[in-house]
Unconditional design. Structure first.
Length: 280
């Protein structure tokens, strides 16, 4: 009775982390008890949220650490609101040991399932590779979503993400049914570029029978500001006009937030009935 959703993709830089962290902010702002799990040892999500990197993910999965000792609160600054129920599990260098450990997928399923009935929504951010951690993500999640840019290699990597999901389904069998694809989220879109429009057409033509395809989020400098300033796109769009050193304009930040929020709200819709059913 908890929605578990992962950002996945085979390629680097397709906006997994920026969308996953902001999705978590949106869920927390909607009043959902939100747990964000960083499974990428680069620790980009910790950086974006303004949390100190640590090997909490490693300790939880391979050292049987307690959840309550590993989770850290996400700063109000990132959320742009106070007193939300929003915690995260940071990752760092020792993630490489988790990635190669034979027990990882089993342990991830066991540990992350402990959040069912406790959290309203659990969001996992993955690294671009394919490791035991990824198998764990596919098997423990109810849904995965696929962010993609509208470039050649990003679009062509969608196929391999679908293939991996099929592979995970075979590994998990009936005991561990793998995640369903929630949708494809095209990002960093520039409608003025012919090539980008063409690639968006390819995504719609190629995958619309397989899953939902969200309207593209435009490429915007507001996203850069959001990630480097440790402000979610929501917090940025409400930030004071005179915040020093920002390249964004308020309307640009609002537009970026509104485009992203269509995706975020559809995830919240999915999580809410679940949260209400358990009376949290
Ligand atoms: N709509 C957008 N417009 C402009 N820049 C964006 C947009 N969305 C994300 N970005 C930027 O794109 C870059 C890559 O995003 P991100 O780090 O989320 O990708 P990733 O898939 O997690 O990468 P990795 O594979 O390294 O984990 C970041 O610098 C981020 O700020
Ligand atoms: Mg990332």
């Amino acid at each position: 009775v908890t929605l578990i959703i992962s950002a996945i993709g085979r390629k680097g830089g397709i906006t997994k982390t920026s969308t996953a962290t902001n999705l978590a902010a949106a869920c927390a702002r909607a009043g959902l008890f939100t747990v964000f799990i960083e499974t990428d040892g680069q620790g980009n999500a910790s950086e974006i949220m303004g949390v100190e990197k640590s090997d909490a993910f490693y300790k939880l999965i391979l050292k049987d650490a307690k959840w309550e000792e590993m989770l850290v609160p996400v700063p109000d600054k990132f959320m742009g609101m106070r007193d939300m129920r929003f915690v995260m599990l940071p990752a760092s260098n020792l993630t490489s040991e988790v990635e190669s450990h034979a027990d990882t997928a089993q342990n991830m399923i066991r540990r992350i399932r402990q959040l069912r009935g406790v959290a309203d929504v659990v969001i996992l951010d993955t690294s671009p590779g394919l490791t035991n951690v990824h198998v764990g993500c596919y098997l423990v999640s109810d849904y995965v979503y696929l962010p993609t840019t509208t470039e050649q290699f990003s679009v062509s990597s969608l196929d391999s993400a679908f293939e991996l999901l099929e592979q995970a389904k075979r590994i998990g069998g009936t005991a561990y049914p793998a995640a369903q694809v929630f949708g494809i989220l095209p990002n960093r879109y520039n409608w003025k570029e012919n090539d980008a429009r063409e690639k968006l057409g390819e995504i719609k033509g190629g995958y619309k029978r397989k899953c939902r395809i969200f309207d593209p989020i435009e490429n915007s400098v507001a996203w850069h500001d959001s990630c480097t300033r440790q402000l979610s796109i929501y917090a940025l769009s409400e930030a004071p006009r005179n915040l020093p050193g920002l390249s964004f304009s308020r309307p640009a930040a609002r537009k970026a937030m509104q485009q992203f929020d269509v995706f975020a709200q559809s995830v919240i819709e999915l999580a809410k009935p679940v949260a209400e059913a358990v009376g949290t």
